[in-house]
Design a protein around this ligand. Structure first.
Ligand code: XMP
Length: 512
């Protein structure tokens, strides 16, 4: 069974992914494709509606992204948002103008005419605008359904043909009743069944993995992180012991991490995972390396070597599982068209082609929060699903300068005290990521009657939606005081603790 779907033609708006998320929140599957995807290649059997996204271009500008008129004759409802609305108007014979002042930000929207799309909205509400052009004259057969104080056409429609346009962005949280508009489009106009649920995703995906893998064996690197764990559990449901999950200890993990991950897989999830302790090899290859990018390269290459050796030691491995997510694949580059290079997931990055493994990526259509919901429906324990992201190169990028075993031991202790305190005091789930960084700096201190010359560490905690931008977490002072005291009292090598109060941008989340 495949779900009904809405196809979003992407004209490059920064909000395109948001449209997809809002639709999926309404239990309808949404797929983003580049605007110039040939109509024939769209799966029409399950198509229930089309959305034309916004975009940075001007419809009347040279080289602006355009589509053919055929899209409006497919017999499925079409909603144009911002650029998408202007393009719809232009293609169907309306007139555009850029005479009004450019409008960015909040505006008051007034309903002028009853419309299925605007059902249940109050007559006046706040909407979010971001446009230069506007529709001056609507195409024949269309009616204006709403206006703002500066725009006479803020929404229009041709209900007979199920064509709708909105000059504002319903997908953005600042549009007060945006969710209702999206729900109206899905339910009242596209008659969506709303059957896209985590449970239906699991059922469908397990079947799909069985088809893809057949009776072959699949190898997969697992880290204990959300994505690879959810992917592994799904694959395990589909093919059982023909899944060979491999957990590599690179020596750059946090306190007790290797044991915790193994216990989770083996005891809690009943998935027999293969454990490879390659920590000495990683540390040896890292010796003398202090440049951050060089560290990443060494770690990446060593991982591939180890992984390939394991794969070669198991007869009959033909497939490789990956926890790639939707944002890894699309970004908004899809606007540049199907030929645009798709970003390779940093964990897939360097796997050598000669391994010739069939890639199986069961989560590649999901956003992070959807992965968590699927994880819940698979009964994966909540602490795993809510775990903070942890970078592939691990603690190596949190030790400034050369990585040694001694420094790793110090950092592990400090990191553990900080993270455990966040958990104990109910703050862990309120931050996106929290960790400690070991500086290549010693500072003078005094303990009892003795002068000390110890390590300086930095604590970093950030809040973020997606890791792309982040603010430093405003943790309570008394909490920080308790953590600092505990670190200095129990980690004898450390005599100074600082808290990082920089945001991203211009800083990054990690120090290296
Ligand atoms: P930055 O430091 O770029 O981090 O602000 C953004 C997010 O990415 C994680 N990160 C990495 N993840 N390999 C990874 O798998 C890496 O080399 C890497 N560098 C940064 C970081 O922890 C944060 O969540």
């Amino acid at each position: 069974m495949l779900w009904e779907r809405i196809v979003i033609l992407d004209f490059g708006s920064q909000y395109t992914q948001l449209i997809a998320r809002r639709i999926r929140e309404n239990k309808v599957f949404a797929e983003i494709v580049p605007y110039n995807t040939p109509i024939d290649s769209i799966d029409r059997e399950h198509l229930i509606g089309i959305i034309l996204s916004g975009g940075p271009a001007t419809v009347l500008g040279e080289d602006s992204p355009k589509i053919g008129k055929e899209i409006f004759a497919l017999g499925v409802p079409v909603l144009g948002i911002c650029y998408g609305m202007q393009l719809m108007a232009y293609l169907l014979g309306g007139k555009l103008g850029s005479s009004v002042t450019r409008e960015y930000g909040r505006a008051q929207f007034h309903i002028k005419r009853k419309s299925s799309l605007l059902e249940a909205l109050p007559d006046n509400s706040t909407v979010w605008m971001s446009h230069g052009d506007s529709v001056e004259t609507v195409p024949d057969g269309f009616v204006v359904t709403g206006e703002t104080d500066t725009l006479s056409v803020a929404s229009f429609e041709e209900p007979e043909k199920a064509l709708y346009g909105l000059q504002f962005h319903p997908e953005v949280a600042h549009t007060e009743f945006g969710n209702i508009i999206i729900e109206n489009f899905l339910v009242r106009i596209c008659y969506a069944r709303q059957d896209y649920t985590p449970a239906s995703f699991v059922e469908h995906t397990v079947g799909r993995i069985r088809n893809e893998v057949g009776d072959r064996k699949l190898i997969m690197g697992v880290s204990g992180g959300v994505d690879s764990t959810v992917a592994a559990v799904l694959i395990h449901r589909a093919i059982g012991r023909r899944l060979v999950p491999v957990f590599v200890d690179n020596g750059l993990l946090r306190e007790n991490e290797a044991n915790d991950v193994l216990r989770m897989f083996r005891s809690t999830l009943s998935i027999p995972v293969r454990f490879v302790d390659a920590s000495d090899r990683f540390l040896k290859n890292l010796s003398g390396v202090s440049d951050p990018e060089e560290k990443r390269k060494v770690i990446g290459h060593t991982f591939i070597e180890v992984f390939e050796e394991v794969a070669n030691s198991i007869p009959g491995i033909c497939c490789l599982g990956q926890g790639t997510l939707y944002p890894d694949l699309i970004e908004s580059v899809s606007f540049r068209g199907p030929s645009a290079t798709i970003k390779s997931h940093h964990n897939v990055g360097g796997l050598p082609e000669h391994m010739r493994l069939t890639l199986v990526e069961p989560l590649k259509e999901l956003f992070k929060d959807e992965v968590r919901s699927v994880g819940r429906s698979l009964e994966i324990p909540n602490p795993v699903l809510m775990r903070h992201p942890f970078p592939g190169p691990g603690l190596a990028v949190r030790i400034i300068g050369e990585v040694t075993k001694d420094k790793l031991d110090i950092l592990r202790k400090v990191d553990n005290i900080f993270v455990q305190a966040l958990k104990d005091e109910g703050l862990y789930d309120k931050v996106w990521q929290a960790f400690a960084v070991l500086l290549p700096v010693h500072s003078v201190g005094v303990m009892g009657d003795e002068r000390t010359y110890g390590n300086a560490v930095v604590l970093r905690a950030v809040v973020s939606q997606d890791g792309m931008t982040a603010d430093w977490a405003h943790l309570p002072y008394d909490f920080l005081a308790r953590v600092s005291g505990k670190i200095i009292n129990s980690v004898k090598e450390v005599n100074r603790v600082a808290y990082d109060i920089s945001s991203k941008p211009p800083s990054t989340i990690e120090w290296e």
